[in-house]
Design a protein around this ligand. Structure first.
Ligand code: NOJ
Length: 559
């Protein structure tokens, strides 16, 4: 049942909402466009809140909508306390927040503390100031190497490709210092050892907490503190490495980051309503990921080791078991996730061979392409497994429609800085960011009133539009609704998992509370135990069905 706004402000020590919540990620520019300029906005979010109520989510997380030149789709913030006109106004935000709370939906906003935009007044001030000045001290300006400082200070690479340093022209016109940007040059990294930076972010947290937000998703949570000596990355970064091993670079996961989250823990604890911090903390192991959610730090951290695990029963069981040992050991819930705005959508990814980097995207010339039918079948099974796991889960907008990665985007439409900075070597993340289809027969599938869309939507998406799925009980939309309603009714988020053996190496089988979950990841049908099938990820498994086809998962009342 939806909670009243007053109930949302109560505290429940040990039974806080975020321990079990299903949280829906809204990527505002691609969710719904009320203004008609082709980019989604906050009024578009408000207009569709009832659709999220009918889906059955507990909360939403909104990716950045702050003032920004949009060099990295808003993850380059020029003013942390205002809404970019592209997305609306602060009043639109307040209205959206109140409307969400009135429906019992909590709201988490994105906080981008590792870097600002190069258009942030502090960075502009730093550029105009002298080397060694207090203004430069808020960022990471260093002298170059080489006889005349013409080489970068070290060999660190930007996540988006190319060097992580850019040289500035000093106010007197001469080439001067270099500044660090682990991402785009338009995203200079802050110096988090500077107390002024620390105080500014406490104040930004309070600004949004005072407005009533329920928490923050913390961008690049593993990257804020840099090693003091700024020495080279040795051996130099291996581009072929997997996503998780890339996290071994010296600028990720420094111990000092945990001090920052202890500080923020104290800030949010001053507020009512069980506010929460969720870390985007990429770490090489589950143990290291779990360190971000020790009792005095954040409340949640995305389980990326789970996200990058391929469609393999043994590996999935391993990562789930390891997670269920590591998170409770620090008193935290596991936070499951299969898709977000940075990785290939799981309706495509799960049909790709294992390994590889999921932020590199897919495009017309990609050497391997997923099969959409098998990808969707696996995605539905994977979500059926995920939503039965104890803890919290994040959904990414459009996965409830079974949207695949868009592969055939024209080059000229692509906007991801990693596509631009690698000269097209990496397709990047635009393929998972295409605006949502709401109405099959409407212009831009109802995303925008006049048919504008900042990325083109594929013709096949008419069949996936939300209204087209509404009347089809076998649709992905209805699968998600049923899973979420059953999860809530059975209290799966708060229960405990017990593995069931004897089904073979290609099968994941466990019990959570009264629900038995069986997923067949092998290449032949298996026989189900006796009992009643409550939910099946694919159509055609009868309620008393004895056979479970390949790439299918069920929730059962065994008996
Ligand atoms: C992680 C965000 O999810 C991603 O979209 C962004 O490009 C980087 N952090 C830099 O802010």
């Amino acid at each position: 049942m939806p909670q009243t706004p007053a109930a949302l402000r109560e505290n429940h020590p040990g039974a806080e909402w975020w321990r079990t919540a299903v949280i829906y990620q809204i990527y505002p520019r691609s969710f719904a466009d009320a203004s008609g300029n082709g980019t989604g906005d906050l009024r578009g979010v408000t207009a569709h809140l009832d659709d999220l109520v009918s889906l059955g989510v507990d909360a939403v997380w909104l990716s950045p909508f702050y003032r920004s030149p949009q060099k990295d789709a808003g993850y380059d913030v020029a003013d942390y306390r205002d809404v970019d006109p592209l997305f609306g106004t602060l009043d639109d935000f307040d209205e959206m927040l109140a409307a969400a709370h009135a429906r019992g939906i909590r709201v988490i906003v994105d906080l981008v503390p590792n870097h600002s935009s190069d258009q942030h007044p502090w960075f502009q001030e730093a550029l105009a100031a002298a080397p060694g000045s207090a203004a430069r001290g808020r960022y990471l300006f260093h002298e170059g190497t080489g006889a005349h400082g013409e080489l970068p200070p070290n060999n660190w690479e930007s996540v988006f490709g190319g060097p992580a340093w850019t040289r500035v022209t000093e106010p007197d016109g001469r080439p001067g210092q270099w500044y660090l940007h682990l991402f785009d040059p338009g995203q200079p990294d802050f110096d988090w050892s500077n107390p002024e930076v620390q105080e500014e972010f406490r104040s930004i947290l309070r600004f949004w907490l005072d407005r009533g937000v329920d928490g923050f998703r913390v961008d690049v949570a593993h990257g804020l503190i840099k090693p003091e000596d700024f020495s080279d990355h040795l051996p130099p970064i291996d581009r072929e490495a997997t996503e998780l091993s890339l996290q071994d670079a010296p600028y990720w996961g420094q111990d000092g980051v945990h001090e920052i989250y202890r500080d923020w823990h104290r800030v949010i604890a001053e507020y009512d309503g069980d506010r929460a911090l969720c870390g985007e903390a990429w770490a090489p192991t589950i143990e290291k990921t779990a360190m971000f959610v020790r009792a005095d730090e954040m409340q949640q951290t995305f389980n990326f080791p789970y996200l990058v695990t391929g469609w393999d029963a043994g590996e999935l069981r391993g990562v789930i078991a390891e997670s269920l040992a590591a998170y409770p050991a620090v008193g935290a819930p596991a936070t499951w996730v299969l898709s977000n705005h940075d990785v290939i959508r799981h309706a495509s990814r799960l049909d790709l061979p294992p390994g590889g980097r999921h932020d590199e995207g897919l495009g017309p010339l990609s050497p391997v392409k997923p099969d959409p039918v098998s990808g969707l079948r696996r995605a539905r099974a994977a979500s059926t497994v995920m939503l039965a796991l104890p803890g919290s889960a994040y959904l990414y907008q459009g996965e409830e429609l079974g949207l695949p990665e868009v592969i055939e985007l024209p080059d000229e439409a692509r906007q991801d800085p990693s596509w631009l900075r690698t000269g097209g070597e990496r397709y990047g993340r635009d393929g998972c960011r295409v605006p949502l289809p709401w109405v099959a027969a409407a212009p831009a599938y109802g995303f925008s009133p006049d048919g504008a869309s900042w990325l083109p939507q594929p013709a096949e998406w008419a069949a996936l539009a939300r209204d087209a799925q509404e009347d089809d009980p076998d649709s992905t939309l209805w699968l998600y609704r049923t899973l979420l309603a059953t999860r809530r009714a059975e209290g799966l988020g708060a229960s405990a998992l017990e593995w069931l053996d004897g089904y073979g190496d290609d099968v994941l089988a466990f019990r959570n509370g009264n629900i038995t979950v069986i997923a067949n990841l092998g290449d032949r049908s298996i026989t189900l135990p006796s009992g009643t099938v409550l939910v099946a990820s694919a159509p055609g498994v009868p309620a008393g069905g004895a056979q479970l086809p390949v790439d299918t998962a069920v929730w059962m009342h065994a008996g």
